[in-house]
Ligand binder design. Structure first.
Ligand SMILES: CC(=O)SCCNC(=O)CCNC(=O)[C@H](O)C(C)(C)COP(=O)(O)OP(=O)(O)OC[C@H]1O[C@@H](n2cnc3c(N)ncnc32)[C@H](O)[C@@H]1OP(=O)(O)O
Ligand SMILES: CC(C)C(=O)C(=O)O
Length: 516
């Protein structure tokens, strides 16, 4: 079996999904879960992009011990210097350098000649090697590049010290057969290529990211890049869980394996989906709600007689289990702490105590607290870092079939001032959002609103996801409560607080001088 290294870019390319902004705590939690999943490399961000990205990469590099942590950098010295400052505290610092090699990108975006691109690539790899023991180099838009040019630049960056060469299908254009041919061409035409590791990075614009990644493995790639749930720029990246399980189930064919702990897949997928607000289609392979559900009589009959008639993957393989735990109003802190740990979360004693109060409040209203309820409460406590901006004190909404819906909202701002406003709207949620907009004194455009119940039953918690645009910035928010209107208000406030947080960081960023 060939070993395939898994390079996870959920926190970098995944966060490039429109409307997704993860805060430091959220990124750390995902990084810890990726470490439990045993990914080989975590791309934690793009350190030179912002102060927030820099801090997240630095903290992740200093926290994660069993996966290697990397960050992305353009071929410019100031980006490399900043990346070193972020990554130097990690166990195995590595840098991911890139520059575009296709005629379209070189001419129109970089406005550089091919010779200038080679010069920038080589000099940046040499510069990075002064700091980093491992330098990965990526040819952005490799799949629309001219193959002889690609081979020439790859040969030169290997000579300059790059030990991993990544061939990205940046715009999701290639087909599996053609992608395999690019790997064959490079392996045949680049000197010393057997001394480095070849990597694949595929986007899903034509729905072929996973198929292309698997084709790359068949043609010599030893590293695969992708994201959990396939999130990422535009149509997303290759879904790592699909690649890992395909290699496992079809090891007879691929004769290659990853080091992933497959049983952590479902938990990782849930965490990423909840924290990014990017819900999964029910029929998503491996991690969708219906991935192991047999609906029709003939299938059910077959599965009852012999599972393998219709099940090629057992749910337990990827950590899908039935939820048998019952926590209720008579449960104590020990049971709660135990369950939190079993669910894979790391909470301080103070956080457990705060969670316990919320848990008891909910248990008074709801008979059984499920794992999903608990996760929703953990998210509210652990990841709402924006409390220094607006916090909800109370809402009151009046609705009648022959009345104009009216809402009254009381908020606290970051300085402890109370803000009270009222407004009407075409429906209850609209009246609430019109009122909140008055409180914020900023125009907020609602782009998307989704509501789901966290668990089953009439007393289920409601979870609302919103996408908004404020001051030209798109962001998402989530809110959980037993009442749908309260959950709606919390989601809206969470999204707007994220924008204010990012704006504040950007202001602070401008004050930071990055070493040149
Ligand atoms: C395929 C990918 O996913 S690549 C990664 C994409 N991710 C991101 O862009 C997220 C982070 N990016 C950012 O925060 C910003 O783009 C920054 C901070 C990096 C740069 O911001 P700005 O300096 O304002 O530049 P802006 O983003 O407008 O333009 C990019 C510049 O970098 C240049 N550039 C792009 N790629 C590279 C590269 N690999 N090496 C060197 N220069 C590059 C562009 O040609 C352009 O240069 P120009 O200003 O001389 O025209
Ligand atoms: C920077 C590279 C690896 C990338 O994200 C892409 O080309 O899609």
């Amino acid at each position: 079996m060939r070993k395939i290294n898994i390079f996870d870019t959920t926190l970098r390319d995944g966060e490039q999904s429109a409307g997704v902004n993860l805060n430091l705590q959220e990124k750390l939690e995902i990084a810890r879960q990726l470490e439990r999943l045993k990914v080989d490399i975590i791309e934690a961000g793009f350190p030179a992009a912002s102060k927030g990205d820099f801090q997240s990469v630095k903290q992740i590099a200093e926290t994660i011990k069993h996966s290697s942590v990397t960050g992305l950098s353009r071929s410019v010295q100031s980006d490399i210097d900043t990346a070193w400052e972020a990554l130097k505290g990690g166990a195995e610092p590595r840098l991911h350098l890139f520059i575009a090699t296709s005629p379209i990108h070189m001419a129109h975006k970089l406005r550089m000649t091919p010779e200038q691109v080679i010069e920038a690539a080589v000099s940046s790899v040499k510069y990075a090697k002064r700091y980093f023991p491992i330098v990965q180099w990526s040819a952005e838009d490799a799949c629309r590049s001219e193959l002889p040019f690609l081979a020439e630049i790859v040969a030169k960056v290997i000579e300059a010290g790059a030990s991993v060469i990544n061939i990205p299908d940046t715009v999701g254009y290639i087909t599996p057969k053609e992608y395999g041919e690019i790997f064959d061409f490079l392996r045949k035409n680049v000197p010393n290529i057997e001394k480095i590791s070849l990597s694949a990075h595929c986007h899903d614009d034509l729905g072929m990211a996973v198929a292309n990644s698997l084709a790359a493995i068949e043609h010599g790639a030893t590293q695969i890049e992708g994201t959990i749930n396939g999130i990422g720029e535009r149509a997303g990246n290759a879904a790592l869980e699909e690649i890992a399980v395909a290699l496992y189930i079809r090891k007879d064919y691929y004769k290659a394996e990853t080091g992933l702990n497959l049983q952590e897949i479902k938990r990782t997928s849930n965490l990423v989906s909840k924290l990014t607000g990017m819900t999964l289609p029910a029929n998503k392979a491996i991690v969708g709600k219906n991935a192991f559900a047999h609906e029709s009589g003939i299938h059910q009959d077959g599965v009852l007689k012999e599972k393998t008639t219709y099940e090629i993957i057992s749910p337990e393989l990827v950590g899908v289990q039935s939820n048998s735990m019952v926590l209720g109003k008579h449960s104590g802190r020990h049971a709660l702490r135990n369950r939190v740990v079993e669910l894979g979360y790391t909470l301080s004693e103070a956080e457990i105590n705060k969670l316990f109060v919320r848990f008891k409040e909910l248990a008074d209203k709801k008979k059984d607290i499920t794992d999903d309820d608990l996760v929703a409460l953990i998210f509210e406590e652990k990841f709402d870092l924006f409390k220094e901006f607006y916090q909800l004190s109370s809402i009151q909404v009046q609705y009648g079939t022959n009345q104009i819906p009216t809402a009254v909202v009381v908020l606290m701002d970051g300085q402890g001032n109370e803000i009270q406003e009222a407004a009407t709207g075409a429906g209850s949620v609209e009246s609430l959002y019109n009122t909140l907009e008055r409180c914020f004194k900023t125009e907020v455009k609602l782009l998307d609103y989704r509501i789901e119940s966290v668990s089953g039953g009439r007393d289920a918690l409601a979870q609302v996801f919103v996408k908004v645009r404020v001051n030209e910035m798109e962001t998402s928010g989530r809110g959980t409560a037993q009442d749908v209107l309260e959950a709606s208000a919390k989601a809206y406030i969470n999204a707007v607080n994220r924008v204010f947080m990012i704006e504040k960081m950007r202001e602070e960023n401008q004050k930071v001088v990055i070493k040149n």
